[in-house]
Design a binder for this molecule. Sequence first.
Ligand SMILES: [Zn+2]
Length: 188
Amino acid sequence: MYIHENVQQEPVHITKKLDFSVLVLNASYEAINICNLKRAITLIFKGVACAEEETEHEIRSASTVIRIPTVIRLLKFIRIPYRAVRFSRRNVLLRDGYRCQYCGEQFAPSLLTLDHVIPLSQGGKTQWDNVVTACKTCNIKKANRRPSEAGMSLLRKPKAPPIVYYLHLLKNIQGHHGSWQKYLFSND
Ligand SMILES: [Zn+2]
């Protein structure tokens, strides 16, 4: 608490930095949340978390200097109930970054469709690992075929997204994609 209060008393140009986002990992290195810098620093000073990735910038309180973390990890494993991201058109477009998964181009949502990788007519399911974002041109070209049958390939294999990635996208908060990548997409 002592550090927490100290940080709050810092001049404005320092406290502004406290707004930026820090990825929180479980002790098992699984991404479980996003918090602001102030919270991350508090957790480090309480001995609850350690910094896994840091910037070159430092933050100073009256008595301490620490590097600004972009990723922290809880020292003790906490049990998190599984929280699935709801399957919806909007969430598939978000997962794929509004990018056609065949030609790689980005489009406005109204110009995008959802494509069943394995077509429904061939037993494909409407679920995260079989549905991708496709532009209208690619969707027409692929038609009712598997990608291999149409001579097309996917940018990446679709899968259900980690919920923490959605927290980030949906809140549109400032993040550190570079240093977060390996924790969010390590299974890709
Ligand atoms: Zn396309």
